[in-house]
Design a protein around this ligand. Structure first.
Ligand code: NDP
Length: 453
């Protein structure tokens, strides 16, 4: 090992140690930082300026982390208190941009891991957006529509101080869909006494939303995987696909994979998964989850040939050619990854953020499975969010195919840039290394240009 290489490695490990000490018990944040920073060793070796400028120390420390109280009154007249978060991680490339997650597991570690990922993802899209993320430990499950409205209004009554179309532009994530964005937007508009359409993305089509936004993350993931498959002369036609989750990302990943000729045989929710050997009937899933807000287990009432299994992990025991984890973080561990490989999986595309553990990623890479990491494969959502911001600024709407064409172009560019970076830094075809490096260099070079801030 050359001196420069060993000191580059030492620098990365020193920064990781500081992160671990400074952010105790934030295991998800440590995991995301480790995945990203270790793949940057060759960059630190080749370009010492990043070390001299303290880029890794700066990029892993949020510009700002805001936490706040969210009080609201439930349907029984009882006062409830939740905690709200917004991390404004990096504004080098543009306004902070990233979704809001409402889920009981939300804490500073989850929000910071998502925010860190978001910086690199947003840079990869080539659009002028910085990285942010937010949410609350509020659990939307089982809440009435009125409770959801009261909670989101209270959440926005504090959040509005920190956001704006040129400052910070939130969107949806787990537990935050079109309904929640509508209530958040209404409350922001009411407080600000003005119509700043570009303050949130994922809005309804009737009030500033973009066509293809709701489809964008799922479609984008399938487009990205298509690029990976093409590189090996493969395609979706006749392929067996397993998708985890049955939310926004999963539904549109299933839809596009089916349009490309694949057979999707399984999907899940947080209770368990369904396996339908005839191929999932998407309209049933969409109605159950998007309209009736029921459990995925109800699918078997209408499709008795399908099997429901309680618990989510076992979904990865189903043999498939392509696996699209689209539910949540750390849903594929080492054992599940080994099973997928043993059953002949050819490609894995992360629709969710960090659904594979570090050990699982190693299993895929060592087995030569095509692996599309989340920050590249699921960047389509934020990419179309940025297109929504552009349309809001222009007070103009593009047609469906125009946005879809732009999305496809962006996903192809992300694939190309990531592959090129993987080749330049001696890990040809490794999209984990490639996407981290390609995203990092765009942000780091702009950080140097803007001085130590
Ligand atoms: P939704 O809330 O629409 O759907 C989430 C799905 O995952 C649901 O089926 C949910 O089940 C399931 N799920 C949630 N938490 C868990 C858990 N702890 N264990 C097992 N299953 C779980 O969210 P999205 O589809 O928007 O987000 C899914 C993933 O994609 C997340 O990782 C998110 O960060 C990522 N992502 C989303 C983007 C977007 O545009 N929406 C953009 C980029 C990434 P249940 O119905 O039971 O709650």
């Amino acid at each position: 090992m050359g001196t420069n290489q060993s000191s580059a490695k030492q620098y990365v490990y020193d920064v990781l140690e500081t992160i671990t000490k400074r952010n105790p018990n934030e295991t998800e944040f440590h995991q995301a930082a480790k995945e990203i920073l270790i793949s940057l060793v060759p960059v630190m070796e080749k370009y010492p300026i990043y070390r001299e400028q303290g880029i890794l120390e700066r990029i892993t420390e949020p510009e700002r982390l805001i936490t706040f109280r969210v009080p609201w009154v439930d349907d029984n007249g009882k006062v409830q208190v939740n905690r709200g978060f917004r991390v404004q991680f990096n504004s080098t490339l543009g306004p902070y941009k990233g979704g809001l997650r409402f889920h009981p597991s939300v804490n500073a570690s989850i929000i910071k891991f998502l925010g860190l990922e978001q910086i690199f993802k947003n840079a990869l899209t080539g659009q002028p957006i910085g990285g942010g993320k937010g949410g609350s430990d509020f659990d939307p499950k089982g809440k009435s529509d009125w409770e959801i409205m009261r909670f989101t209004q209270s959440f926005m009554t504090e959040l509005y101080r920190y956001i704006g179309p040129d400052i910070d532009v939130p969107a949806g994530d787990i537990g935050v869909g079109a309904r929640e964005i509508g209530y958040l937007f209404g409350q922001y508009k009411r407080i600000r006494s003005g119509n700043e359409a570009g303050v949130l993305t994922g809005k309804g089509l009737g009030y500033g939303g973009s066509l293809v936004r709701k489809e964008a993350t799922g479609y984008g993931c399938v487009y990205f995987v298509n690029e990976m498959l093409k590189s090996k002369g493969l395609d979706y036609e006749g392929a067996t696909v397993v998708v985890s989750g049955s939310g926004n990302v999963a539904i549109y990943a299933m839809e596009k994979a089916m349009q490309f000729g694949a057979k999707v045989v399984a999907c899940s929710d947080s209770g368990g998964f369904i396996y339908d050997k005839n191929g999932i009937d998407l309209e049933t899933v969409r109605r159950l989850k998007e309209v009736e807000r029921k459990r995925i287990s109800d699918y078997t009432k209408e499709h008795p040939q399908a099997v429901y299994v309680e618990g989510c992990e076992k979904i990865w025991t189903i043999p498939c050619d392509i696996a699209l984890p689209c539910a949540t973080q750390n849903e594929i561990d080492e054992a599940s990854a080994k099973l997928l490989v043993a059953n002949g999986v050819k490609a894995v595309g992360e629709g969710a953020n960090m659904p594979s553990t570090l050990e699982a990623i190693d299993v895929f890479l060592e087995a030569g499975v095509l692996f599309g990491p989340g920050k590249a494969a699921n960047a389509g959502g934020v990419a179309v969010s940025a297109l929504e911001m552009s349309q809001n600024s222009m007070r103009f709407s593009w047609r469906f195919h125009e946005v879809d064409d732009k999305l496809q172009e962006i996903m192809k560019n992300i694939y190309r840039d990531s592959i090129q970076a993987s080749e330049e830094f001696d890990h040809p075809g490794n999209l984990v290394v490639g996407s981290n490096i390609a995203g990092f260099r765009k942000v780091a070079d702009a950080m140097i240009a803007q001085g130590v801030i």
